[in-house]
Design a protein around this ligand. Structure first.
Ligand SMILES: Nc1nc2c(ncn2[C@@H]2O[C@H](COP(=O)(O)OP(=O)(O)O)[C@@H](O)[C@H]2O)c(=O)[nH]1
Ligand SMILES: [Mg+2]
Length: 95
C-alpha cells in the first residue's frame, strides 16, 4: 500500500482506504507493506508526524495482518533494497 509522504492533504483519504483494505475478509491473511513514497521531496510534515497523525501504531496493533512499513523514493531508488528484501522474505517458499 503506497502513501504519498509529500502530500499530507491526502492523508485522511489514504488512511480510510488502508483501513478498508485491512478489514476486507479476502485480505485477512495478506502480508502488508506500507510504503511512504516520495521522501525525496520537501514536506511541511515529517513522515513520523504523518504516521502519528493517522495513528499508525494503533492500526498495526489492531490489524489481523502482518504489517511492515518502509520509507522510500521510487524516483531516487531510496529504500528499494528494503522493499526487495521484504518481497523475498515474504514470498519465500510460495513458489
Ligand atoms: N519526486 C518524486 N516523484 C515521484 C516519486 N514516485 C513517483 N513520482 C512521480 O509522481 C507522479 C505521479 O503522481 P502520484 O502522486 O504518484 O500519482 P497520483 O496522485 O495518482 O497522480 C509521477 O510524475 C511520478 O514520476 C518519488 O519517489 N519522488
Ligand atoms: Mg499523488
Amino acid at each position: 500500500f503506497m502513501m504519498d509522504a509529500s502530500d499530507p492533504t491526502q492523508l485522511s483519504a489514504s488512511c480510510v482506504q488502508l483501513l478498508g483494505l485491512l478489514s476486507a475478509e479476502q485480505l485477512a491473511k495478506a502480508s502488508v507493506l506500507i510504503l511512504f513514497n516520495k521522501i525525496d521531496l520537501p514536506c511541511y510534515m515529517s513522515t513520523e508526524e504523518m504516521k502519528s497523525l493517522i495513528r499508525l501504531p494503533d492500526i498495526i496493533a489492531c490489524a489481523k495482518q502482518d504489517i511492515t512499513t518502509a520509507e522510500i523514493s521510487a524516483r531516487k531508488g531510496t529504500g528499494l533494497a528494503g522493499v526487495l528484501g521484504w518481497l523475498q522474505a515474504t514470498h519465500r517458499g510460495n513458489g
